[in-house]
Design a protein around this ligand. Structure first.
Ligand SMILES: Cc1cc2nc3c(=O)[nH]c(=O)nc-3n(C[C@H](O)[C@H](O)[C@H](O)COP(=O)(O)OP(=O)(O)OC[C@H]3O[C@@H](n4cnc5c(N)ncnc54)[C@H](O)[C@@H]3O)c2cc1C
Length: 401
């Protein structure tokens, strides 16, 4: 509930400026809040220097403690995603952050692998900081199955009681983890970009963009366990490997008779198979923006990416205009990439695009507008026309071959 004290309101308007839903206006130099529009995001409370606005949490007022014995829960868990027996890169990226969170809380870090015949991959997780790997190894578990994986995870989380559970915000993670959180009757923050521990309360602070990226919301799960979050691939950095790190592998027995599987995997069809490097895993990404004007011109981007052994990406306008399929989109509502080299061709550098690529190691921007914001994040900037620069680059690379 939002509470407003007109006596304390000085009419400064800071709440009006910051409100992402335009729910506040100034009338006679006093803030007036439209409660139908207000989403209780808390921006105005934080911006109000006189304390005229306060937000009271209904949970703390009405429900109080959830009755869950929080002290029983200990440890940080990563749910490992695998496809055809290969670990998804996001697993290693999450382990770096998981180790950091576990060290801050002084608790163990564990990884859960559900699959079949993956012993080498399971052992490799030790070097990335896991104290324990829980491994469910059975032919029925070889391929992702929503229902089965949910049942297994709910059982082992209830048994071992970790306080934090993290997973990749991938297609599999997005399908699996909400069901697990619902069955465990706990909260879930999807698509986090930052995770840290509140030093006073030891709670997981889960930060993600909200209101179309206008604000960053930090969410906590104070009364239920585990605290669950998904993180987009390539937002966190993969840690250095330490091959000597000790790690215990615990095989969890799997009895197929205990679980009922109502669905059967008939065939895997990978979208974009045979189109070159996979965008989210590529070391080099060449991306085109609105300046490409049509799908035919994207051949320039495809040729350059092909010569560099990289993947093709796009900003949102080429996708909205149907020059490129959605799977190529990079940014807030597309994919997040973190390649060694990102070449942005005719992309202005809007914040919604930058969130999907700005952690790339080296960014090269080609743009004819010297004041384009992309140059602010670029390692190297080329001021010029892509229709001159790209053909010249392609010609030179072909000569070098
Ligand atoms: C909720 C929300 C979510 C969004 N999600 C995304 C997202 O996921 N990804 C995303 O990319 N955008 C997203 N957007 C859109 C974003 O705000 C921008 O509109 C978009 O990124 C702009 O794309 P662009 O840079 O290709 O086009 P523009 O901003 O139009 O920039 C084109 C650039 O090309 C340059 N140029 C033109 N001709 C040439 C030439 N011949 N040679 C060299 N340079 C040239 C221009 O100088 C300009 O800088 C989102 C927006 C909203 C509101």
């Amino acid at each position: 509930m939002i509470l407003f004290d007109p006596e304390k309101c000085t009419g400064c308007g800071s709440c009006v400026d910051i409100c992402p839903t335009d729910a506040i206006e100034l009338i006679n130099e006093k803030a007036v809040i439209n409660e139908d529009e207000c989403q209780l995001c808390g921006s105005c409370e934080a911006a109000c220097e006189t304390g005229a606005i306060t937000i009271e949490s209904e949970e703390s007022e009405e429900k109080g403690d959830s009755g869950v014995d929080l002290s029983q829960y200990r440890g940080v868990w990563i749910i490992a995603e695998q496809r055809k027996g290969c670990m998804a890169p996001v697993v290693y990226q999450l382990m770096g952050k998981g180790r950091e969170l576990a060290d801050t809380l002084d608790v163990p870090l564990a990884v859960v692998v559900i699959g079949f015949d993956m012993r080498d991959q399971v052992e490799s997780l030790a070097g990335y900081g896991a104290d324990t790997v829980y491994y469910v190894n059975h032919s029925d578990c070889a391929d992702f199955n929503d229902e089965l994986y949910t049942d297994i995870l709910v059982d082992i989380i209830n048994k071992y009681k970790p306080e934090i559970v993290l997973s990749g915000a991938t297609a599999i993670g997005r399908s699996l983890i909400p069901g697990v959180a619902t069955r465990l009757e706990t909260g879930l923050t999807a698509d986090c970009t930052q995770l840290e521990i509140d030093p006073e309360k030891n709670l997981l602070l889960q930060t993600r963009p909200a209101y179309g990226g206008h604000i960053m919301a930090t969410i906590v799960c104070p009364n239920h366990r585990p605290q669950m979050a998904t993180v987009r691939p390539n937002v966190m950095k993969k840690p250095q490997v330490n091959p000597d790190a000790p790690c215990e592998i615990v095989e969890i027995p799997f009895d197929p008779n205990v679980y009922s599987i109502r669905t059967k995997l008939v065939e895997h069809i990978c979208e974009g198979e045979g189109e070159g490097a996979l965008l989210s895993d590529a070391d080099i990404v060449v991306a085109g923006g609105r300046a490409l004007k049509n799908s035919e011109n994207f051949e320039l981007i495809q040729t350059l990416a092909g010569l560099l052994g990289g993947a093709v990406g796009a900003s949102r306008p080429p996708v909205d205009s149907e020059w490129m399929p959605y799977r190529y989109q990079i940014g807030q509502t597309g994919k997040t990439v973190c390649p060694k080299l990102y070449i942005a061709c005719g992309i202005s550098g809007a914040v919604q695009h930058l969130v999907g690529m700005e952690s790339s190691e080296v960014i090269v921007a080609i743009n004819k507008d010297r004041s384009a914001p992309i140059f602010e994040v670029a390692t190297y900037g080329i001021e010029g026309d892509i229709y001159e620069i790209l053909p010249a680059l392609i010609k030179r690379l072909k000569e070098l071959r």
